[in-house]
Write a protein that binds this ligand. Structure first.
Ligand SMILES: Nc1ncnc2c1ncn2[C@@H]1O[C@H](COP(=O)(O)OP(=O)(O)OP(=O)(O)O)[C@@H](O)[C@H]1O
Length: 266
């Protein structure tokens, strides 16, 4: 569904300057949930912006359904980390959710139905008349997710979407995301700093090293539906966690290096 081929991105006018993304190659299958881990500043956000068509790559290409992405695709939605800046404070929750639909030509009753369904899917039915600033941080992030869902994306790009909420809310939002992506058959690319979150959510985890390139790809064969306690108790969860921790922490470790033993699990 999504192919990233030899992607390179240099910020600034000099194409020979230091790249934020270099030699980045990976593909995402329809319906797959891919989590992306990488240290701070390794180029994850830059990569997502190239995937979304918000910024043009310096070299290489991004293909969606086989066609080059040259601007934000109609069937893609993006959820940012900072919901406080992504929601429009002067609009009600309902209008915030409905706002992007006009770009798909969805208005009137169809927009109202999509909006109410999305708010119900994130547990915010009946809160449409509130303003974002009247809601808690976790609720605001649910509005941002509802806005993405109302758009009925085939591809959802998420940039550390749960980084600024407390652990309990975060767990709830993770489970909500798994449930709605299952229900609406959405392909997800999810950037996070959190190894446990990546393993818990994903079908596959990619580890990026700077400048953003894939240093390790790990399949996550944990049973679904996942459960915050039971899944995390599985030995395979601990093994994957240890492997990814070593890949992120291990300096020179790269894709070809042997995986650490499960005994390394913390
Ligand atoms: N608009 C920009 N102009 C110039 N340099 C930029 C720009 N955006 C990002 N960079 C640089 O590109 C590199 C990668 O940044 P990016 O935000 O993509 O990393 P990240 O992995 O998402 O970081 P974090 O996890 O801290 O959010 C950094 O060195 C950053 O300073």
């Amino acid at each position: 569904m999504l192919d990233v081929l030899g992607l390179r991105k240099v910020h600034g006018p000099d194409p020979d300057g230091p790249p934020a993304v270099a030699d980045l190659d990976f593909s995402v299958a329809a319906g797959e949930f891919v989590a992306i881990l990488g240290s701070s500043g390794c180029g994850k956000t830059t990569m997502l912006r190239c995937l979304s068509g918000l910024v043009p790559p310096t070299a290489g290409e991004v293909l969606l359904h086989g066609a080059p992405v040259t601007g934000p695709p109609k069937d893609m939605a993006f959820v940012f980390q900072d919901y406080s800046r992504s929601l429009l404070p002067w609009m009600t929750v309902r209008r915030n959710v409905a706002f992007p639909l006009r770009y798909q030509g969805v208005t009137g009753p169809a927009a109202r139905t999509a909006t109410e369904e999305a708010l119900a899917a994130v547990g915010l039915a009946g809160r449409g008349d509130r303003f974002p600033w009247q809601l808690s941080g976790g609720m605001q992030q649910r509005v941002a997710i509802a806005r993405a869902l109302a758009y009925r994306p085939k591809l959802l790009l998420m940039d550390e979407p749960f980084a600024s909420v407390d652990a309990q809310t975060r767990a709830g939002l993770e489970d909500l995301l798994l449930e709605v992506r299952e229900r609406y058959d959405i392909t997800v690319v999810f950037v996070t700093h959190d190894i446990d979150e990546a393993v818990y959510l994903a079908d596959r985890v990619l580890v990026l090293r700077p400048p953003a390139h894939v240093s390790l790809a790990v399949d996550v064969d944990l049973p679904r539906p996942r459960h915050q306690v039971d899944t995390k108790r599985l030995p395979e969860f601990g093994r994957l966690r240890a492997e990814l921790f070593a890949a992120l922490d291990g300096g020179g470790r790269d894709a070809a290096a042997p995986a650490p033993s499960p005994a390394d699990a913390g």
